[in-house]
Design a protein around this ligand. Structure first.
Ligand code: GLV
Ligand code: MN
Ligand code: MN
Length: 425
């Protein structure tokens, strides 16, 4: 049976959309959605999220990496948690739905259950993960990795553009890096993790479907590359004797584009590209760039990375440029638990939704939590051609309502779906 609590869909949907817009006021850059780890905007958003969690009948705690965790207590002692959530940091000049939908939507659903006096045998925890995008300190998924117990302590030494280390930023914000290990969820304490997220692509939009069930999340390899050539006068040094670091980068970039094109699911991106101390009349002596390679199939991704490294060595030797390639992040692809995908299918059937299956090319907190608990994701259709990591990112109130209905039905049927899965094992 579809949930009778789902009746006030429009008010729940409107609340979700209003809150997403309200949260967008917590930004570092006026007129843009930018909220990076441990900034004033980040602190403001955390406070607002915590307040909404409390209003929804949840108890709220912060952990040592700044995750905001709301708990809606269950009725049975000792039951493992049904965990949900997503991240509340953003990329620079990004959208207002990426991550936030997966926090705000469950809070509104819990609020509806709280108003109706409904509790489940199991506790529900909504985690607003403090950091996923890796923007400020070039280290992604800090929040979900802390909960998964896979936080890489070396990244505490990473510095932001102002030279502030992550360790110092945490201490200044009253978070104790020495306590990060204690943020890890105890073994077997999470029954399942589910994440609602905008699709960040055009598949659902093009097929006229509001929701999709994610099958797996692509693995990723990320690097910073420093190229060092020789600065010189742009007017006097002949082309054939230059050691131009930016041209070496350009040649590598074109190789990456060609290598990653036409291989199913493989993508390569240079998202940051700087010529330190560059000037119009100076041959670039240095060039620093980021590199992000992803694929649903780990072997395909690793083969591409290997080829890129080989090509980098060839280009550098030919051009007399030195290179330093530093891996900043690597994660394998993560499969969404089939029994949880079935749970989405059941909930979608109750709401007359076609259960479209699709992979996720984007990374998500769910992939970090997948190392300690079964996980699954529900995608919600994006508008504007499916654009994301862009201020044009959008979705509709109607889709927020459908997603909330499906989320509520998923939770209400969770014990039945889990029992069916364990019976068939
Ligand atoms: C997160 O948005 C990522 O996929 O990089
Ligand atoms: Mn994102
Ligand atoms: Mn996201």
């Amino acid at each position: 049976m579809p949930s009778t609590l789902n009746a006030p869909t429009t008010t729940t949907a409107q609340e979700i959309m209003e809150r997403l817009h309200l949260l967008a006021q917590h930004t570092e850059q006026e007129g843009m959605m930018t909220r990076t780890y441990l900034t004033a905007a980040h602190r403001g958003a955390a406070g607002q999220i915590a307040a909404w969690m409390r209003d929804a009948g949840m108890t709220v705690r912060r952990d040592a990496v700044g995750n905001v965790i709301g708990r809606y207590e269950g009725t049975e002692e000792g039951r493992a948690v049904l965990m949900t959530g997503s991240h509340f940091d953003t990329v620079r000049n990004g959208g207002i739905y990426d991550g936030l939908l997966g926090i705000i939507l469950p809070i509104s659903c819990v609020a509806a259950w709280h108003r109706a006096g409904k509790r489940f045998p199991f506790p529900i925890e909504i985690v607003a993960f403090s950091e996923e995008e890796g923007v400020r300190f070039k280290a992604p998924m800090l929040g979900s990795r802390a909960i998964a117990g896979t936080f890489q302590h070396a990244v505490l030494n990473n510095t932001d553009e102002q030279g502030i280390s992550m360790r110092d930023a945490m201490q200044a914000a009253d978070f104790d890096p020495a306590k990060i290990s204690a943020a890890a969820a105890p073994k077997d304490s999470i029954a399942a993790f589910i994440e609602v997220h905008i699709e960040q692509g055009p598949v659902l939009l093009n097929e006229g479907l509001p929701l999709g069930i994610v099958t797996a999340i692509s693995g990723a390899s990320r690097f910073m590359l420093e190229l060092e050539g020789l600065a010189g006068h742009a007017g006097t040094v002949p082309m054939n004797i230059r050691h131009d670091a930016a041209m070496a980068a350009a040649e590598l970039a074109l190789f990456i584009e060609q290598r990653c094109s036409n291989v199913d699911g493989l993508v390569g991106t240079i998202g940051q590209w700087q010529v330190p101390n560059g000037a119009t009349n100076v041959i670039p002596g240095r060039c620093t760039l980021s590199l992000d390679v992803r694929a649903g199939d780990d072997a395909i991704r690793l083969a591409a990375v290997n080829d890129i490294e080989t090509e980098l060595a060839r280009i550098c030797s030919k051009r007399g440029v030195r290179s330093k390639l530093t891996k900043t992040y690597e994660t394998t692809s993560a499969t969404c638990a089939p029994w949880l995908q079935d749970g989405w299918r059941t909930a979608m059937a109750l709401n007359n939704c076609t259960p479209r299956l699709l992979p996720s090319g984007a990374g998500h907190d769910a992939m970090a939590i997948a190392t300690i608990a079964p996980m699954a994701m529900l995608f919600v259709r994006c508008g504007n051609g499916g654009i994301s990591h862009n201020p044009a990112e959008t979705m509709t109130t109607e889709d927020a309502g459908i997603a909330a209905d499906v989320f509520m039905d998923f939770v209400e049927n969770f014990d039945a779906v889990a029992a069916k899965a364990s019976a068939s094992n």
